[in-house]
Design a protein around this ligand. Structure first.
Ligand code: NIG
Ligand code: FE
Length: 451
């Protein structure tokens, strides 16, 4: 069995990959996942490339931990290891100091640390970055899913069912739902997630959704323009005025991003541009639900506005691919949505071939994709969207970070946040090779073991 001990990391033998023990005495994942770093005893810095006065200047008050005997370490730094985009290092170690990674390399060369964890020949990957979810909702849509599996097509209109349930729910109920799905995702290795409003569609309900979302994550998106609210069914222009006026005033302080569902049955190109430019003027950066149900202007609009991400990208023409290949907008693929709506798969090979950066995300929501599982999305992307396991794992980690314009997550390199997953498997490829199997043996977030 793998061991945790308070000694140098260099001696423990490799063990067969069985389940890692649960973290001792740790509380259940908290509703608000951003505890302040704990004050700890002073120590000599563990990472000392040279014994100079300079190293003394780096004295910290944190504890260092080495995770050793990692059969395959995915760093997502191509300058490391095998030189591929995954920067794979074999028989590797990772050193954590406080909430940061401070060293990665071969296990035999790991520096002395306060604590050591023997990974026992397992693989380690960066924590998943789920850059697209809709977790602030109440109720579910089992009946709608059931009908779909009997042949009824998906349409944006189902969103109204969730809007009604969400408006009727209390703040506590909504917050408990977000906590529940965030904890579910964490158990599967997701250490960062974005989430959106979009099931309120009034000034008060949208602002409350964002306030609740912000208790659980820093990556909060205002999606007042999810569909035209039922109250404005006959006045879509009036609803866009509301979204870009009083609703934006109430919501902007609680969000980092602004999103719009640019699709037939939701918002057209002009409306989407109006919403996103109004958000930009208030300091919210755009991301777009684009080209999900049919071909449309969303992807090109995303690139035009330098949106961080164009999400779905299921129906693309050559102009869309050229735009994605040339711009900085990430193409975020959401295979859970195609799975749960029995829709055609996006062609990931074509998108990658165009030179676009691809992220993979769950789109977790009660209508089109009720999964919180990034490993499930990886397996689908490999099996049905033409991605290689390496590409899919990169897209679910570094790709998600790129879709959130973050460089501190999605990689295991010095300076990055210590968010990582020890898999109950010898290789990251098992995430696709063993679909449906819970492989997240241990999860570390901000330097703390949380699963
Ligand atoms: O990303 N497409 C728009 N929004 C969600 C679906 C929301 C719902 O059906 O409730 C999506 O698939
Ligand atoms: Fe979505």
């Amino acid at each position: 069995m793998p061991t945790e001990r308070a000694a140098g990391p260099q001696s423990a033998p490799m063990a067969p990959a069985g389940p890692l023990p649960a973290p001792a005495g740790r509380p259940a994942p908290e509703e608000r996942p951003r505890p302040e770093p704990k004050a700890r005893r002073p120590r000599t810095p563990a990472v000392q490339p040279d014994e100079t006065d300079e190293s003394c200047a780096r004295m910290t008050t944190t504890t260092t931990t080495a995770i050793t005997h990692i059969a395959n370490l995915v760093t997502n730094d191509p300058s490391l290891g095998d030189g591929t985009p995954l920067g794979l290092i074999q028989d590797a170690a990772v050193v954590i100091d406080g909430d940061r990674i401070v060293w990665t390399g071969e296990s035999s060369k790991a520096p002395a640390t306060d604590n050591a964890v023997d990974a026992g020949g397992r693989a380690v990957i960066p924590g998943f970055v789920d850059s697209h979810s809709h977790l602030v909702f109440a109720g579910d849509r089992t009946a709608e899913f059931n009908a779909r599996m009997s042949g009824r097509p998906y349409s944006a209109g189902g969103i109204r069912t969730t809007v009604a349930a969400t408006r009727s729910a209390s703040d506590d109920e909504l917050s408990a739902n977000v906590a529940r799905y965030a904890a579910e995702a964490l158990r599967q290795g997701t250490t960062t997630f974005e989430t959106k409003s979009g099931y309120g569609l009034t000034v008060e309900d949208e602002a409350r959704a964002l306030r609740i979302a912000a208790r659980h994550t820093d990556e909060v998106t205002f999606l007042g323009a999810h569909i035209v609210s039922p109250e404005h069914a006959d006045d879509p222009a009036g609803y866009v005025d509301l979204v870009t006026g009083p609703m934006l005033d109430a919501c902007a302080p609680h969000a980092r991003w602004i999103d719009v569902f640019c699709e037939r049955g939701a918002f057209d190109e002009d409306q989407a541009r109006t919403v996103l430019t109004a958000g930009l003027a208030r300091g919210l950066h755009p991301r777009i639900h684009a080209n999900q149900l049919g071909h449309g202007p969303g992807v090109r609009l995303a690139v035009e506005l330098d949106a961080a991400s164009a999400d779905h990208c299921t129906h693309l023409d050559d102009a869309d691919l050229d735009a994605l290949g040339q711009g900085d907008t990430v193409a975020t693929l959401l295979p859970g949505a195609e799975f749960s709506t029995r829709a055609a798969w996006p062609d990931a090979r074509r998108i990658l071939g165009a030179g676009a950066t691809v992220a993979l995300s769950t789109d977790c929501n009660p209508g089109s994709s009720f999964t919180s599982s990034m490993p499930f999305c990886i397996a689908l992307a490999v099996r049905d969207m033409g991605m290689t396991p390496d590409e899919a794992v990169w897209s679910a980690t570094a790709g998600g970070a790129a879709a959130l314009r973050r460089t501190d997550i999605g990689r295991i390199t010095p300076g990055a946040r210590a968010d990582l997953v020890i898999l109950d498997a010898p290789s990251h490829v098992h995430l696709a090779y063993r679909p449906g199997v819970p492989l997240a043996g241990a999860v570390w977030r901000r330097g703390e073991r949380v699963v």
